[in-house]
Design a protein around this ligand. Structure first.
Ligand code: FES
Length: 120
């Protein structure tokens, strides 16, 4: 069951930027890529690092702790997965995807679905 919650105004997340919001005690990153909005858990799935203090490179977000990189649109781990393919068996436990949430735009409001269903 979907459970959309208002989290921010569209105008608060400029194109090419990210913004952190806290909803029910959970830190969330909102990202605007060419007016498409994405909502991600702000905790890195590697060791719970603060992804919201990381860097955004287009549609890739990089964690400031160990520089793991994730695809903003899918949550898929890109680094180190794409750099050390021979070590994947060893790395697999560290390559969990980033939690993504569905985002809906209603007028000037961004709503996020916290039902746990992954859209991507
Ligand atoms: S905690 Fe994010 S890369 Fe390790």
């Amino acid at each position: 069951m979907t459970q959309f919650v208002k989290v921010a105004k569209v105008s608060e997340v400029s194109p090419g930027t990210m913004r952190t919001v806290e909803v029910n005690g959970q830190r969330l990153i909102l990202i605007n890529i060419n007016k498409e909005f994405y909502a991600l858990d702000a905790r890195c799935p590697h060791r719970d690092g603060p992804l919201d203090r990381g860097h955004l490179y287009g549609s890739i977000i990089e964690c400031p702790w160990h520089y793991y990189r994730y695809d903003v649109k899918t949550g898929e781990n890109l680094y180190p997965r794409n750099v050390y393919p021979a070590d994947l068996t060893y790395l697999e436990r560290d390559l969990k995807p980033l939690q993504c949430y569905r985002v809906r735009v209603e007028e000037d409001e961004l709503l996020v679905d916290f039902s746990g269903d992954r859209e991507r």
